[in-house]
Design a binder for this molecule. Structure first.
Ligand code: CAA
Length: 380
């Protein structure tokens, strides 16, 4: 067993860390304040190959492994969780299902431009009436000649409005419940597709989250992803990997908060010495660092399993659960280390705390992760 990163993984970490420090961090606070997505940052990520890390070169990617991909999401999230999730949703939720279930034509037409960063991807599963109970979706897709006609709406769509390609799940056979669900690739310029309400959020504010609406939206038959009735499986398998991307985001947020807290604990003096040298704060930092390291190991392990072709659904539910809870705990503690200053916008820790909360909610709440893990334990 070897816990060292490979040369390639190490190189990717250094590259993304530099990029994050120089190109992402300087505007993170301002973009959060203004709720502004910056396409230029995404384009620069594309130039570095970050928009297609795990996809083979024949599909426009750089052919690295899922650990490298998690490292990239982690390093971006360490300075800006919004940029981290933009990449995570684009790669895990939109690129992955096309890579896994797409035909060769679909891969060339949709995966390649996403991998090259020419197009942005998104994933539409959640509806107003079906969040955790995803199988109860109401959006319909009815076959009419060479097209499926989609009607309905999806909410809480990460990359909504900025994406060019949406992976959408709709009911093709209402009698068959989850076995009557089908996945589609919907291009943003398809007539009948529109972007609805943009959410105003507590955190990840420079990552747009919107509703998407389908009104007699005619999607060509050849854009069906996988086979008819296979959509729920596509959705669930996509989330298996997506959840580990969110775990990586959570690790990055927590690490960013710890970095800030350690820096402050060395500088800030009270009672005649740095607050970090006082056990109340020193022990807090130790607990934060330990939880982050455990989260990172769970995340890299799940990513490594995926790269090796070993089952990883349970492991990525565990990594998302543990890392999401860790990000929340650690960021709350980071604010505490900063005291009154931590509660102000003069320091980034309040942003980290706001950003951390979503990692316990999206891509399946942490209660759903416990459900997934316990079902697998009991099925063994
Ligand atoms: N891989 C493959 N197949 C799977 C699977 C998986 N991981 N999980 C379930 N399935 C299959 C089952 O084998 C079963 O198939 P059969 O009927 O052929 O046996 C079928 O799916 C139904 O399984 P369940 O009975 O377990 O399904 P359920 O209705 O009880 O739901 C659930 C299970 C885990 C609760 C699921 O509904 C779920 O994950 N809910 C949370 C949804 C979620 O994570 N939403 C996040 C949306 S994305 C997002 O957050 C926004 C963003 O952009 C970031």
């Amino acid at each position: 067993m070897n816990f060292l990163l490979t040369d390639e993984q190490d190189m990717i970490r250094k590259m993304v860390r530099d990029f994050a420090k120089n190109e992402v961090e300087p505007t993170a606070e301002e973009r959060d304040e203004e709720e502004r997505f910056d396409r230029e940052i995404f384009d620069k990520m594309a130039e570095l190959g970050l928009t297609g890390i795990p996809w083979p070169e024949e599909y426009g990617g750089i052919g690295a492994d899922y650990v490298s991909y998690c490292i990239a999401v982690e390093e971006l999230s360490r300075v800006c969780a919004s940029t981290g999730v933009t990449l995570s949703a684009h790669t895990s939720l939109a690129g992955w299902p096309v890579y896994k279930f797409g035909t060769e034509d679909q891969k060339q037409k949709f995966l390649r431009p996403m991998a090259e960063g020419k197009k942005i991807g998104a994933y539409g599963l959640t509806e107003p009436g079906s969040g955790s109970d995803a199988a109860r979706m109401k959006t319909t897709a009815i076959l009419d000649g060479d097209h499926y006609v989609l009607n309905g709406s999806k909410i809480f769509i990460t990359n909504g409005g900025i994406a060019d390609i949406y992976i959408v799940f709709a009911v093709t056979d209402p009698e068959a419940r989850h076995k009557g669900t089908t996945a589609f690739i919907v291009e943003a310029d398809t007539p009948g597709f529109s972007v609805g309400k943009k959410e105003k959020k507590l955190g990840i504010r420079s990552s747009p989250t919107t509703e998407i609406i389908f009104e007699d939206c005619r999607v060509p038959k050849e854009n069906m992803l996988g086979s008819e009735g296979e959509g729920f499986k596509v959705a669930m398998m996509t989330l298996d990997g997506g959840r580990n991307g969110i775990a990586a985001q959570a690790v990055g947020i927590a690490q960013g908060a710890l970095d800030a807290a350690v820096g402050y604990a060395k500088e800030r003096k009270q009672f005649g010495k740095p607050i970090g040298a006082q056990q109340g704060i020193g022990f807090k930092l130790a607990d934060m660092a330990t939880k982050i390291e455990a989260s990172r190991l769970l995340t890299y392990q799940a990513a490594w399993r995926e790269s090796e072709g070993i089952s990883y659904g349970k492991e990525s539910a565990m990594s998302k659960l543990f890392a999401g809870d860790t990000a929340m705990d650690v960021t709350v503690e980071a604010v505490q280390v900063f005291g009154g200053y931590g509660y102000t916008k003069d320091y980034p820790v309040e942003r980290y705390m706001r950003d951390a909360k979503i990692t316990q909610i999206y891509e399946g709440t942490n209660e759903i992760q416990r459900l997934v893990i316990s079902k697998m334990l009991l099925a063994d």
